[in-house]
Design a binder for this molecule. Structure first.
Ligand SMILES: Nc1ncnc2c1ncn2[C@@H]1O[C@H](COP(=O)(O)OP(=O)(O)OP(=O)(O)O)[C@@H](O)[C@H]1O
Ligand SMILES: [Mg+2]
Length: 313
C-alpha cells in the first residue's frame, strides 16, 4: 500500500485544535488536493502525515506504515516540501542536495551526482549549482526545495504550496512533473494549494477543510454537482424571438429555457452533456443560426467560495 489512510486525526497546540478529526484515504498514484483557508490545518496535516510532528489523537498509515509506531519508516518512504524547507544557506545548492540525498539513503556517489544533475537540469539550476543557497532568489529556493523533496524518488510525496514563488514556466513544469510522477510512476501526492485552477487541473480528488474539519471531499465534479447541480447550457444564436423560445422549450430533454442578459438561450437540461446535440439540432431545425455553444460549468473556485459561505452559516 503506497497510499494514505487517516482515521480521526487530531492535532492540538495548547488550547487550539488545528486538526480536528480528519479521516480520508488516498489511493496509490492519486494526486489528492488539500484545500482550505489560511490557518485551516493543511500544513499541520502534512506535518502529521510525514511524521514531523506527532498526532494528539487518531491514527494514520502512510505508504503502509503507522505514523505512531513506525515514524522512521514513514520518514524514509515520503518526500516533503513544507513552508520551511530547511535548506542550509551556507552550503552550495549542490552540497545541499548531496547532504539530503545521502541522508535519504542514496549511498552511491556517482548515482547521487547523476540524480542531482538530472533534477538541477530540469529546474534550470545546473549552472548555479556551486552558488550558496543563501544567495538564491525566492523561486530558485523553491525549486531547490522541491528537488530536495523528490531526490530519493519517494512513493508518497507531500507538496505544500509547490508553485508558490515560481514563474509561469516553472509552475507549469512542476505541474507536468506532478502528473508524470502520479500517472507514470504511480507515486501518491498530497498537494496543498490556494491555486484552485491548479487543483482542478491536477487533483483526482480534493478535500476542503475549515478549522481543521472536513467540509467536503470528492472529485471536483462531485463537489460541483453537489453545490450547483447540473450545469446550464448556453447557446448563442444570431437572432432570438418568442417563436424560437417557444420551440426551444419543447425540445427533447429540456426542463426550461431562458434568455440571458446578452440574449443567449440558457437551457436547464436533465443531462447537459448527453442532451446538447439534440438541442442544437432542434434549434437549427427551428431556423436558428447557432453561433456558440457552451456548457456553463462552475469552476472549483465557484464551488469553493459557495462552500465557504455555507460553512459560515
Ligand atoms: N507549532 C504551532 N504552535 C501553535 N499553533 C500552531 C502551530 N502550527 C500551527 N499552528 C496553528 O494551527 C492552525 C493551522 O495552521 P496550519 O499551518 O496547518 O494552516 P494552513 O491551512 O496550512 O494555513 P495556510 O494556508 O496559511 O498555510 C493555525 O491556527 C496555526 O496558528
Ligand atoms: Mg500552510
Amino acid at each position: 500500500m503506497s497510499g494514505i489512510e487517516a482515521e480521526g486525526l487530531v492535532k492540538r497546540f495548547g488550547p487550539l485544535t488545528a486538526v480536528d478529526g480528519l479521516s480520508f484515504t488516498v489511493g496509490s498514484g492519486e494526486i489528492f488536493g488539500l484545500l482550505g483557508p489560511n490557518g485551516s490545518g493543511k500544513t499541520t496535516t502534512v506535518r502529521l502525515l510525514s511524521c514531523l510532528i506527532a498526532p494528539s489523537g487518531g491514527t494514520a498509515r502512510v505508504a503502509g506504515f503507522d505514523v505512531q509506531s513506525e515514524p522512521l519508516k514513514v520518514r524514509e518512504a515520503v518526500g516533503v516540501l513544507t513552508e520551511n524547507p530547511g535548506i542550509y544557506d551556507r552550503l552550495s545548492a549542490f552540497e545541499n542536495m548531496e547532504f539530503f540525498a545521502e541522508a535519504y539513503g542514496l549511498k552511491d556517489k556517482a548515482e547521487r551526482g547523476a540524480r542531482i544533475r538530472e533534477l538541477f537540469e530540469f529546474f534550470d539550476l545546473w549552472d548555479r549549482r556551486d552558488d550558496k543557497a543563501g544567495t538564491f532568489s525566492k523561486g530558485m529556493r523553491q525549486k531547490l526545495a522541491i528537488a530536495k523533496a523528490i531526490v530519493h524518488r519517494p512513493g508518497v510525496l507531500f507538496l505544500d504550496e509547490p508553485s508558490s514563488g515560481l514563474d509561469p514556466k516553472a509552475a507549469k513544469d512542476i505541474r507536468d512533473l506532478m502528473e508524470d510522477m502520479s500517472r507514470r510512476e504511480k507515486r501518491t501526492i498530497i498537494l496543498c494549494t490556494h491555486n484552485l485552477e491548479e487543483a482542478e487541473r491536477l487533483c483526482s480528488r480534493v478535500m476542503i477543510i475549515r478549522k481543521g474539519q472536513p467540509l467536503a471531499t470528492g472529485t471536483v465534479e462531485d463537489l460541483r454537482r453537489k453545490m450547483h447541480g447540473a450545469p446550464a447550457l448556453e447557446v448563442t444564436v444570431e437572432a432570438t424571438n418568442d417563436a424560437l423560445l417557444g420551440k426551444a422549450g419543447k425540445l427533447n430533454g429540456v426542463k426550461s429555457v431562458n434568455l440571458s442578459g446578452e440574449g443567449a438561450l440558457i437551457f436547464d437540461l436533465d443531462d447537459p452533456e448527453a442532451g446538447t446535440p439534440d438541442v442544437v439540432a432542434g434549434l437549427v431545425k427551428a431556423g436558428a443560426r447557432v453561433k456558440a455553444v457552451n456548457i456553463m460549468r462552475p469552476t472549483l473556485e465557484d464551488t469553493y467560495l459557495e462552500l465557504m459561505k455555507e460553512g459560515q452559516a
